[in-house]
Design a protein around this ligand. Structure first.
Ligand code: FDP
Length: 333
């Protein structure tokens, strides 16, 4: 069997006119950083990388050592290549313009270096999420305002999941494609062409401990799922909650399902739990490109006009018919 590497795949995409050389380079650099992060994640306790870093991130959450390591790897890998005008990380308050020592490129890169990091110490899958925007025309030194583009403006997005195998999943708009890291060869191999999400599912993912804080439409939806065959849905549903968004979304891309991190009364003033620019937008682009849907319960995620770099939003994504039902329940109030 012919093994297609990520590099070959990207060159073929470029030949089809789906991306330029600079976007190809950008994705290759991100993939290289992902390999370096995978090495650190997989060494675990042997490399002394587990545990707290002793600092808080911009979100006020305790940083793990691997959060800091993954963030540094992504910044160092991407800043000198000439393909970026600026970067923004979930772990860092301000955007990071490309230093004057290096040439500037046409793109803005946003990333969540290590998503699900509260799972690291217990050896459960974590991941990296990234989103690529175009730097507005004529802007030589981007500011935060230049990042305030809706998810529909993303030119590419992707994530890696560091699990039993390391996988990289990405889209440049033309379908969703998955690659598995061949650790011996050190290269990503194209293993999952055109990943699709079935419209219907019997699996849902939500942190049920928050039930009493949810809004009525979400309480109604989840209650009906739990009522199973005897309830209005007339079928049994199963729960899966890894509590690493990448792992939960990856399962949905592999076999369907619906993922909810809805608004709840504990975090209403923050707008939600997950971050629009680093989590919701890139995952929504992938999910839609795979035939699924992604909303806040009220509106399509990709249509949101961001107002803040670290903005949070409620998230409902996955199998289309379930996402549409949750959204309808919100409309009905
Ligand atoms: P984490 O805080 O561990 O980084 O990014 C937020 C996130 O993980 C998601 O990956 C995950 O889906 C969610 O939070 C888990 O939230 P709960 O702890 O509330 O279950």
């Amino acid at each position: 069997m012919r093994r297609v590497t990520l590099t070959q795949f990207l060159i073929e995409q470029q030949r089809k006119g789906l991306m330029g050389a600079d976007l190809r380079l950008l994705i290759e650099v991100v993939a290289r950083a992902v390999k370096a992060i995978a090495v650190n994640v997989s060494k675990g306790a042997l490399a002394g990388v587990l545990g707290e870093a002793g600092s808080d991130n911009v979100q006020g959450e305790a940083q793990k050592k691997l959060d800091v390591i993954a963030n540094d790897i992504l910044i160092q890998a991407n800043e000198w290549g000439g393909h970026l005008a600026a970067m923004a990380s979930e772990e860092v308050e301000e955007i990071r313009p490309i230093s004057g020592d290096y040439p500037k490129g046409a793109y803005l890169l946003l990333f969540d270096p290590l998503d699900g990091s509260s799972n690291i110490d217990v050896n459960i899958s974590v991941g990296t999420i990234f989103s690529v925007l175009r730097c507005p025309e004529g802007v030589a030194t981007p500011t935060e305002a230049d990042f305030m583009q809706p998810g529909t403006a993303q030119v590419a997005s992707g994530y890696s999941v560091y699990g039993p195998s390391t996988q990289l999943v990405l889209t440049v708009g033309d379908g969703v494609h998955g690659f598995t890291l061949d650790r011996e060869m050190g290269s990503f191999i194209y293993t999952h062409p055109y990943m699709t999400i079935p419209e219907d599912t019997k699996e849902y993912a939500i942190n049920g401990s928050n039930e009493r804080f949810w809004e009525a439409p979400v309480q109604r939806y989840v209650r009906e799922l739990r009522d199973g065959k005897e309830g209005p849905r007339g079928k049994d549903f199963n729960t899966r909650w890894v509590a690493s968004m990448v792992a939960d979304v990856h399962r949905i891309l592999t076999r369907g399902g619906v993922f909810l991190y809805p608004l709840d009364s504990k975090m209403k003033d923050k707008g939600g739990k997950l971050r629009l620019m680093y989590e919701a937008n890139p995952m929504a682009m992938i999910v839609e490109a795979a035939g699924g849907a992604a909303t806040t319960g009220r509106e399509r995620i990709l249509d949101i006009q961001p107002t803040k770099l670290h903005q949070r939003v409620p998230v409902v994504l996955g199998s289309k018919n379930e996402v549409e039902l949750v959204t309808r329940y919100h409309q009905e109030g």
